[in-house]
Design a protein around this ligand. Structure first.
Ligand SMILES: C[S@@+](CC[C@H](N)C(=O)[O-])C[C@H]1O[C@@H](n2cnc3c(N)ncnc32)[C@H](O)[C@@H]1O
Length: 264
């Protein structure tokens, strides 16, 4: 039954169920508040990078904000485009690599959520990405990045998240093992492991097994690369998708959320 696949993202419906633990409406409320705190009272346009099922860009589009998504996976692009059509949302999903893409028009806000930024596996990839994102933003545009908390990089005894979980939604049951077997290469900072996603729906079942590689990023490395890029400055930081949660080392701070402003 296991299908060895080239990517964990070949079954977008199963991915969407697996990550349905997050309340995306509240998450977008937070993003809007974070933009306000960073001095942007109105967000007129948004791009979600590595958008997968496009939970954020679709929610922005529902609120009347000009939105689009960028993703490398053809399966995700097809799935999310179909969702947008179904909902009659004007939210183009573009198949492209977020290291180098060009939008038709610059946007006020770019987002990279969950741990997606970790797919930039080298410093060169990150610098190229910052350049590309900055080129696709309006003057004073913002870039919000969500990453795992640095505690998850340095202190495995106090890790903030679990790699194995099960969720049932809309008649689909999904058991996820997100690279519990991952091994960290201490020189590159890349975690390599196997993602296993088992699903059951309407009497059918399947399993995806895919290698996955993600860069572990410390706060110091992020600060250095942002500075080196010369394109952004950090303007706000949060430890959760909650405007009142500072980015610190208390248990309640379980994410590293950086709000960057484009340097003109
Ligand atoms: C962890 S999922 C995140 C999906 C969604 N943003 C969320 O928060 O749930 C990562 C997504 O990034 C995409 N991705 C990975 N590397 C990429 C790249 N270099 N350029 C564009 N998309 C990429 C994958 O195809 C996948 O859909």
């Amino acid at each position: 039954m296991a299908i060895m696949s080239y990517s964990p993202y070949v079954n977008p419906e199963a991915y969407e169920v697996a990550f349905s633990f997050r309340n995306y409406v509240e998450a977008v409320d937070f993003i809007i508040e974070a933009c306000r705190a960073a001095g942007r009272a109105q967000v007129g346009s948004v791009v979600e990078l590595g958008c997968g099922p496009g939970q954020y860009c679709r929610e922005f589009a529902r609120r009347g904000v000009k939105s689009c998504g960028v993703d490398l996976s053809p399966e995700m692009v097809a799935y999310t485009s179909a969702k947008c059509t179904e909902e009659k949302l004007d939210c183009p999903i573009i198949e492209a690599d977020f290291r180098h893409f060009t939008l038709d028009q610059p946007v006020d806000l770019a987002l990279t959520m969950m741990a997606t930024f970790g797919y930039l596996l080298s410093n060169d990839d990150i610098i190229e990405h910052f350049d590309t994102v900055a080129n696709n933003l309006t003057d004073d545009g913002l870039y919000l990045i969500e990453l795992p908390h640095p505690r998850d990089v340095f202190d495995s005894q106090r890790g903030s998240t679990t790699n194995v979980w099960e969720i049932e939604k809309d008649g689909m049951k999904v058991h996820t093992d997100w690279a519990l077997d991952a091994v960290l290469d201490p020189l590159t900072g890349i975690d390599s492991g196997t993602v296993r996603i088992k699903w059951e729906k309407d009497g059918h079942s399947g399993m995806i097994e895919s290698p996955d590689h993600m860069r572990r990023l410390s706060f110091g490395l992020m600060q250095s690369l942002i500075k080196l890029s010369g394109r952004f400055a950090i303007v706000e930081m949060y430890g959760d998708l909650n405007i009142n949660q500072p980015f610190d080392n208390n248990e309640k701070a379980w994410r590293m959320i950086l709000v960057l402003r484009r340097i003109v």
